[in-house]
Design a protein around this ligand. Structure first.
Ligand SMILES: CC(C)(COP(=O)(O)OP(=O)(O)OC[C@H]1O[C@@H](n2cnc3c(N)ncnc32)[C@H](O)[C@@H]1OP(=O)(O)O)[C@@H](O)C(=O)NCCC(=O)NCCS
Length: 204
């Protein structure tokens, strides 16, 4: 398995991977199109990574750099990244912001996300940034909340961060080294996550 920069040649494969990795009920209109992935290459090529094995794309990670005040607001996804073309990318920002990470289902649990995250953390260090930050889906919230009435998303994220509850998306990121900072209610349309996200960060 190899981690390398996104290229024009791998853009179509990453667009296909999105559809495999974010099935319904995740909204299809939130998935990257080829055109949008090309715009990420124009805006910030250093922040776009793919994982490949035997010439196939098995994982991808998209990032931009955002300003400190943008990071501390923990606003919704659209506001934070500036839509699908990363219009809030700032070359003078403090935070490498993870817009997405995905690994092909048959490659999960084999260290692909950890390798993509190593590339992101190395970039934070190389650019002298303050942190890596992201808003992470919490897709097992919906099931958990039905058996834990009265407990909110923050209680859920604290339980996942402490390791007492497992979330199929947040747990891997916690294991990789990200820490819980906050939660964002109404972060994006994502029914399984209650439209919420865990705000996570990693500092060098
Ligand atoms: C979340 C995701 C990227 C993780 O990718 P992955 O390649 O399977 O993760 P890794 O194999 O690198 O695992 C990292 C750590 O998490 C653990 N882990 C992975 N999947 C897990 C799961 N479902 N439950 C609990 N722990 C898990 C691994 O054991 C590993 O921990 P360890 O090294 O301490 O043993 C992948 O599941 C995915 O693509 N999900 C769908 C897309 C998505 O929701 N992306 C996130 C958007 S915010």
């Amino acid at each position: 398995m190899l981690i390398s920069p996104l290229t024009h040649e791998t853009v179509p494969k990453v667009a296909d991977l999105q559809r495999v990795c974010f099935p319904p009920p995740f909204p299809a209109d939130l998935l990257w199109t080829r055109d949008q992935l090309e715009s990420h290459l124009q805006v910030f090529p250093e922040g776009q990574f793919v994982a490949t094995a035997d010439g196939e794309v098995i994982g991808s990670a998209s990032s931009l750099v955002i300003d400190e005040d943008n990071w501390t607001k923990h606003a919704d996804w659209e506001t934070t990244v500036g839509g699908h073309r990363f219009s809030r990318h700032s070359q003078f920002g403090t935070t490498l912001y993870g817009a997405d990470v995905s690994v092909r289902p048959d490659w999960r649990g084999r260290g692909v996300a950890r390798a993509l995250y190593k590339a992101r953390f190395d970039l934070v260090c190389d650019m002298g940034l303050v942190r890596f930050g992201t808003a992470c889906r919490i897709p097992d919230w919906l099931t958990w909340s039905s058996s834990n009435p009265g407990q909110d998303q923050f209680a859920y994220c604290q339980a996942v961060a402490s390791g007492t509850v497992t979330d199929r998306t947040m747990t891997p990121l916690v294991r990789i080294g990200l820490s819980l900072v906050d939660i964002a209610i109404g972060h994006m349309e994502d029914p399984e996550s209650g439209n919420s996200a865990a705000i996570l960060e990693w500092r060098p």
